[in-house]
Design a protein around this ligand. Structure first.
Ligand code: ATP
Length: 266
């Protein structure tokens, strides 16, 4: 429970191609992570090119930060460990040191590995002054010390990837340890269309389905909002079929589900 998931690289099952939009983010992650993890020998000479040990993904909720983290591990051929900041601080007050040490020693055995820290602000947020729980403070200090130990081992392929919706809550000391910060933005209409194409790829749609109209109608939606909208829409034909069956005494099931059209989404 301390670690919410440990997944071997080949079992993650999400690739960059499964993420619509965010092309600039993928490009940056390719240079910062994928290349150094796949070709460490190219980054071991001189002082300028050093594999990056900490990256922060920040941006509004539901924009695909978790999805990106998983896909990144696949693309980098790295194992994936995921922990959630709020779970750590609420459940593990007592054993901060032990657990943090266990996490980092486990991670170094799994290298190349990406440690994804969701809600990194809850674990490593700004120091809470007099009201901060002593155990939270210990946990954070322990985490940072272990992290520094890791940063000094140049060749170890371990990356801490933090994600947050509240970057301004982060402690300066944490910001320093996450030298690369990548903004994961809400999609514009063109990118919403790309996301919709991916989310709806396996669905039965009317042949002239108007992706462009749907993209325009969903201003302000995140990737996660779009996915939820599509789930609700996909349910409509099912609902209709069930209604029809009720009326007609379940004789009509063979006609199957009708394809989705734009009206199902609005
Ligand atoms: P939060 O900040 O709330 O934790 P998040 O930024 O980590 O959210 P995800 O959990 O990655 O967002 O996104 C939720 C779901 O929305 C994903 O599992 C995926 O199904 C869908 N989704 C989000 N963004 C995209 C995208 N760009 N392409 C395809 N699917 C997406």
């Amino acid at each position: 429970n301390f670690i919410s998931a440990v997944v071997p690289s080949e079992e993650i099952g999400v690739k960059f191609d499964d993420i619509g939009a965010l092309e600039d983010v993928k490009k940056a992650l390719n240079e910062l992570v994928i290349l150094p993890m796949r070709r460490p020998e190219l980054f071991s000479r001189g002082n300028l090119l050093r594999p990056c040990k900490g990256i922060l993904l920040f941006g509004p909720p539901g924009t695909g930060k978790t999805l990106l983290a998983k896909a990144l591990a696949t693309e980098a051929g790295a194992n994936f460990i995921s922990i959630t900041g709020s779970t750590l601080t609420s459940k593990w007050f007592g054993d901060a040191e032990k657990l943090t040490k266990a996490l980092f020693s486990f991670a170094s055995k799994l290298a190349p590995v990406i440690i994804f820290v969701d809600e990194v602000d809850s674990l490593l947020g700004a120091r809470g002054g007099a009201f901060e729980h002593e155990a939270t403070r210990r946990m954070r200090n322990e985490f940072m010390a272990a992290w520094d130990g890791l940063r000094s081992k140049e060749n170890q392929r371990i990356l801490i990837l933090g994600a947050t919706n509240r970057p301004f809550d982060l402690d300066d000391a944490v910001i320093r340890r996450l030298p690369r910060r990548i903004y994961v933005d809400l999609p514009d209409a063109e990118n919403r269309m790309k996301i919709l194409r991916i989310v709806l790829a396996q669905e039965n749609l009317v042949p002239d389905f108007e992706y462009d109209k749907l993209a325009k109608l969903t201003e302000g939606y995140s990737g996660s909002d779009l996915k939820n909208l599509c789930i609700a829409a996909a349910y409509r034909p099912v609902q209709e079929l069930i209604e029809e069956e009720k009326k007609g005494g379940n004789s009509n099931t063979t006609s199957g589900l009708r394809p989705l059209n734009l009206d199902d989404f609005v």
